[in-house]
Write a protein that binds this ligand. Structure first.
Ligand code: 13P
Length: 254
């Protein structure tokens, strides 16, 4: 059985006070209402990691992660954060290659491959993001684009290593736009990614990897998207900033 995961990417939102309030509310609602065992991962800005870690009463179901890290272990990289620092704050996951990092910070597939290596070396779980832009979807080249992103950043890994990666398919045109991919479009791409992994590695490896969908997931559409056989959960942006909505998305697995 693959892990079901709902991760909330807060992006650049929340002061410490706002983050603490949101976390306490989510934790309470998860404890009171959630019937399933899906992993819930908070992915706040770095400054929140320590205070969030102190607010997690049941650490096996609720975890924390970071939105990025540097590819080097340490050193003179002003303004950057390393994987070991994230780990020392109680983080277990790191998002790598979010489309906003690719677009606004020029992160290339080659750089992302290095970051994946560093995250794995520090015994953290990369949540590797891939996804096509609208132009690709319009000319039906989405599989070629996503296939290349996955191959370039992950296919140098050993079977043991890639089995530890979580993949998030986030079509760029669906992020923050209110335009969700249909459940069928999500399933189609997830199955394609899994098939590519099966061909390179094995069916066993491909079947062990959780693939999350991200892009305008809301309580109203989560159940349908998560019901697809190759969709193992979601990477949630805007709706993760509202405790009620975020927990209702987690409850889509009930
Ligand atoms: P939205 O849920 O706001 O569309 O963002 C998705 C996302 O980018 C999560 O990483």
């Amino acid at each position: 059985m693959r892990k079901q995961i709902v991760a909330g990417n807060w992006k650049m939102n929340c002061t410490i006070e706002e983050g603490q309030k949101l976390t306490s509310e989510v934790v309470q609602l998860v404890q009171d209402e959630v019937q399933n065992e899906a992993e819930v991962i908070f992915v706040p800005p770095f400054i929140h990691l320590i205070s969030l870690n102190e607010r997690l009463p049941f650490k096996d179901q609720v975890l924390i992660g970071a939105q990025n890290c540097h590819q080097n272990e340490s050193g003179a990289f002003t303004g950057e954060i390393s994987a070991s620092m994230i780990k020392s704050c109680g983080g277990s996951h790191v998002i790598i290659g979010h489309s906003e990092r690719r677009e606004y910070f020029g992160e290339s597939d080659a750089l992302l491959a290095e970051k994946v290596n560093t995250v794995l070396k520090n015994e953290l779980t990369p949540i590797f993001c891939c996804g096509e832009r609208l132009e690709s979807r319009e000319i039906n080249t989405q599989e070629a684009v996503v296939g290349e992103q996955v191959r370039n950043a992950l296919f140098h890994l050993t079977p043991e290593e890639i089995s530890k990666v979580v993949i998030a398919y986030e079509p760029v045109w669906a992020i923050g736009t209110g335009k969700t991919a249909s459940a069928e479009q999500a399933q189609e791409m997830h199955a394609f990614i899994r098939q590519a992994i099966a061909e390179k590695y094995s069916t066993d490896v491909a079947d062990s990897i959780s693939i999350l969908y991200g892009g305008s997931v809301k309580p109203e559409n989560a159940k349908e998207i998560f019901s697809k056989p190759d969709v193992d959960g979601g990477l949630i942006g805007g709706a993760s900033l509202k405790s009620r909505d975020f927990v209702d998305i987690v409850k889509a697995f009930d």
